[in-house]
Ligand binder design. Structure first.
Ligand code: ADP
Ligand code: MG
Length: 384
């Protein structure tokens, strides 16, 4: 039998915690690190008779995101109840959006490292992004055979960002996740803190023989909280799926967890389907109506976006696509670079790029510092 060549297919779901002051349907604080259960109000713990009130700031942030990725911001979207039982979900359902999400479509353009020192361009299309509330936390440690429940996180606003299954390698998935991470911080809707769970990625992974039209059966790797783990988890999962099929087995749709200690993924539960959740429109909430004016106000308030800045760095400063992409990898890097060129002059734009990306970054890395606490200021570097 001849050896099969396999193609990898990946789609990402990212839960991005919106940096509002209060929760999506109540006035309780969402600040991280408080004592358990002190930030859970009557709405969050679902006392009888309480009603949710939508946080305008959360909607504002969803609009900003939609505009930043060239998506359609839906003039009308609807909140729905996603029903399931879990101790950290007091209502017995999560308020989410299902049939009519607030953001539809859009795309993100990437430059993916090719592993040989170069990079290639890749567009990832987005399916949708919808607003929803987070659940509380179940604490399994420290309770000796019991589980503690902390409801501080219940009701925290999330934007769930769903991509099309457009990625074809772990490198592409990581490049996409990194670009998304930079974007939500750039437009000021999420702090991006992965340790604190503000930006959580689930990777849906399948394989198919090269040339086959239908997708293979996917498994969903849950809660990848670092880009390194994402790469490791996908690489392991891909070789596991290929080995399983080549051994004559079949992939069963499942939700799996990545164990960083072993570097392996293992099945957590068989995958539930949308119909298992008995979604229906939440009768406690009106449809979300977003008019043109609101969208235009949000558009006017957006900063210059990474893609536009990247193009400007290429045309105005003569930078390569790679340099321009790297320097627009974060708002801080772009601002530092622009301030340096403002002093050094346009003619020195290329050496400035090298100094910022190579020399300065290397020294900062060595001292464990971020660009934002660089002892060398952009003015000093520009003068030099
Ligand atoms: P669910 O809501 O059950 O997780 P979705 O249809 O919304 O399912 O898909 C979730 C994610 O899985 C999307 O990012 C999508 O691109 C991706 N996906 C769907 N089918 C596949 C597949 N066969 N292989 C890899 N990823 C897939
Ligand atoms: Mg899913």
């Amino acid at each position: 039998m001849s050896r099969t060549d396999w193609e990898v297919v990946i789609g990402l779901e990212v839960h991005s915690q919106l940096n509002t002051q209060s929760k999506i349907f109540s006035g309780a604080s969402i600040a991280f690190g408080a004592e358990p259960n002190v930030q859970a109000c009557a709405v969050d713990i679902a006392l009888p008779g309480v009603l949710p009130v939508l946080n305008k700031g959360a909607v504002e942030r969803a609009i900003r995101f939609g505009l930043a990725i060239g998506a359609t911001v839906a003039p009308k979207s609807v909140f729905a109840r996603k029903n399931y039982f879990y101790p950290d979900l007091p209502k017995g359902y999560q308020i989410s959006q299902f049939e009519l999400p607030v953001v539809v479509g859009g795309h993100i353009d990437l430059l993916v490292p090719d592993g040989k020192g170069g990079a290639y361009e890749k567009r990832v299309n987005l399916t949708r992004a919808h607003l929803e509330e987070d659940a509380g936390k179940s604490l399994h440690e420290d309770f000796h055979g019991m589980t503690g429940i902390d409801l501080n996180r219940a009701g925290t606003p999330l934007l769930e960002i769903v991509s099309e299954p457009d990625m074809r390698s772990s490198a592409e998935a990581v490049a996409y996740a990194r670009a998304l991470h930079a974007l939500v911080r750039w437009i000021g809707i999420c702090d991006g803190n992965m340790q604190e769970g503000s930006f959580r990625c689930d990777a849906n992974v399948s394989v198919r023989p090269v040339g086959q039209k239908e997708f293979g059966t996917r498994r969903e790797i849950k809660n990848l909280n670092s880009f390194r783990f994402m790469q490791q988890a996908i690489d392991y999962e891909v070789q596991w799926q290929i080995a399983t099929i080549e051994d004559g087995g079949r992939i069963q749709q499942a939700t799996v967890l990545f164990d960083p200690d072993t570097g392996e993924t293992r099945a957590m539960r068989s995958k539930e389907d949308a119909h298992d959740y008995r979604y229906f429109p939440d009768p406690d909430l009106l449809p979300l109506i977003i008019d043109r004016e609101w969208i235009e106000r949000a558009r006017a308030a957006l900063p210059e976006l990474p893609e536009a800045k990247k193009q400007r760095f290429m045309t105005d400063f003569g930078l390569s696509p790679y340099d321009a992409t790297t320097l627009t990898g974060s708002l801080e890097a772009a601002a530092f670079y622009e301030a340096t060129v403002a002093v050094a002059g346009k003619a020195a734009a290329k050496p400035c790029a090298n100094w910022v990306m190579v020399d300065l970054t290397a020294r900062l890395n060595k001292e464990g510092k971020e660009l934002t606490d660089s002892p060398v200021s952009p003015v000093q570097l520009g003068e030099l």
